[in-house]
Design a protein around this ligand. Structure first.
Ligand SMILES: Nc1nc2c(ncn2[C@@H]2O[C@H](COP(=O)(O)OP(=O)(O)OP(=O)(O)O)[C@@H](O)[C@H]2O)c(=O)[nH]1
Ligand SMILES: [Mg+2]
Length: 422
């Protein structure tokens, strides 16, 4: 296979995430250059000696190197200097992430969201290029600088405004749909969590759906909402874009309408990959929880530790306890599951039902006859039947939302049954 080759530049040796990001865009990491330092070099992110070393390496390399990836955020001037000195394309981490987003964006809304984030990202870079072109350092850019800085700025600003308007329209439509669903009695449950934790896999399992699931980062950019098909309480489950560390606020803002699904949910499932090293789990958990706070989530959050199949059995319990005891998870329910092996999913569903707001629990008594039988099957479809027993009557113990409970009780009376008040 003909991979594109990339070189990574980093200031420390924690490289697994930047490698995953690069591979998600089909780059093969040909070599990494690490310069251990606290803060980046002002001019070129890494010192000029290191820049020279990389330049020589690329010149001597038999394989073509297509891209330099910097594991961090570049200032426009640093980017300009690096690219100029080394002579091939340089991406920083954010540009790489935006590249992945661009490739994955399938629906109109996602495309617009990515476009908005890209415009924001590019603005200071464009300014830098214009500045350099004027200073005669970058001739050829924008055909001799026929645009003035202000004109170009206006253009980007106009484009951003247009994209924002289009996004607002889509958002309004979504709002209308969402309200409709709440009115017809659906509960809204949202999946949230770090990229690659298994959110889409869980959606697929609970709803028999086939949303794209991949070992690559950011497989999901658009939301998908599906009815949970396992139980009879009507729940709509929504998949969302994954979180990642150090994402600038403007990118999160661009995805605001998508993330709103998390904000308005009755219950949020925060999916966490428990197969990773403990310190990484804690880091990602913290980033995700901060993000939920940032989004203003006030609903119950269920910490769903996924991929238990990858953890040796003897380590699982201590690992779960370790995570629980970090102090971030007070008042939160925690459940460990394996979506792959369908393990403990019933327990997760139980926690979801327990966490739903205004769930009314009540008992009814019905005479045993044909009409009751079909009514009971109807109840099984719409509500969560906790218990059913037969004696001279049928007695049902039911969980459901307020509006459905009054319907059931009314119909029960029509059939000469009644509610049992204990
Ligand atoms: N071993 C194991 N792998 C899992 C499990 N659940 C999901 N995966 C794998 O983890 C990877 C990521 O799964 P996704 O469902 O795409 O994760 P996601 O959270 O939707 O990721 P993004 O959409 O990128 O944010 C895929 O390769 C899945 O097959 C599990 O329970 N066990
Ligand atoms: Mg996904």
């Amino acid at each position: 296979m003909n991979h594109k080759n990339a070189i990574i530049i980093a200031l420390n040796d924690e490289l697994s995430e930047i490698k995953d990001l690069a591979e998600s865009l089909d780059y093969k990491i040909f070599k990494t250059f690490i310069q251990n330092r606290q803060t980046p070099d002002v001019n070129s992110y890494i010192g000029s000696g290191k820049v020279e070393e990389i330049k020589n390496f690329i010149e001597d390399s038999e394989k073509k190197i297509n891209l330099i990836i910097v594991d961090g955020e570049l200032k426009p001037s640093q980017w300009f200097n690096l690219e100029k000195k080394i002579g091939i394309d340089v991406f920083d981490r954010i540009r790489l992430i935006l590249g992945i987003f661009e490739e994955r964006a399938d629906k109109k809304e996602a495309k617009l969201q990515v476009k908005l984030a890209q415009l924001q990202y590019e603005r200071p870079y464009v300014r830098e290029l214009i500045h350099r072109a004027r200073a005669g350092e970058h001739p050829g850019f924008m055909a001799g600088g026929e645009y003035q800085v202000d004109d170009y700025y206006e253009m980007i600003k106009k484009q951003m405004k247009k994209v924002k308007e289009q996004l607002n329209n889509i958002r309004n439509q979504r709002e209308v749909r969402r309200r409709h669903r709440h009115v017809v009695g659906f509960y809204l449950v949202s999946l949230a969590g770090y990229t690659n934790a298994g959110k889409s896999s869980l959606l697929n399992l609970l709803s028999n759906e086939k949303v794209k699931v991949e070992g690559r980062l950011f497989s999901t950019l658009s939301t998908t909402t599906r009815k949970i098909s396992k139980k009879s309480v009507p729940i709509l489950l929504t998949d969302t874009v994954g979180f990642i560390k150090n994402l600038p606020a403007y990118i999160i803002d661009a995805f605001h309408s998508t993330l709103e699904e998390i904000e308005v949910a009755d219950v949020v499932l925060l999916v966490v990959d428990i197969s990773e090293k403990e310190e990484n789990i804690i880091k990602k958990l913290k980033i995700s929880l901060d993000e939920l706070i940032e989004l203003g989530v006030s609903s119950p959050i269920i910490i769903t530790l996924n991929k238990t199949d990858l953890v040796p059995i003897k380590d699982l319990h201590p690992k779960v306890e370790y995570i629980k005891n970090q102090g971030y998870l007070e008042n939160k329910k925690v459940v460990a599951v394996s979506v792959k092996n369908n393990k403990n999913i019933e327990e997760l569903l139980k926690l979801i039902y327990e966490s739903l707001p205004q769930l009314v629990r009540f008992k009814i008594k019905l005479p045993i006859n044909k009409e009751s039988q079909s009514f009971i099957s109807w109840i099984y479809e719409k509500a969560n039947v906790l218990d059913i027993s037969y004696s001279d009557y049928v007695i049902l113990k039911i969980d459901c939302n307020v509006s459905l409970s009054s319907k059931i009780i009314a119909k029960c009376k029509d059939l000469n049954g009644n509610q049992i008040i204990e």
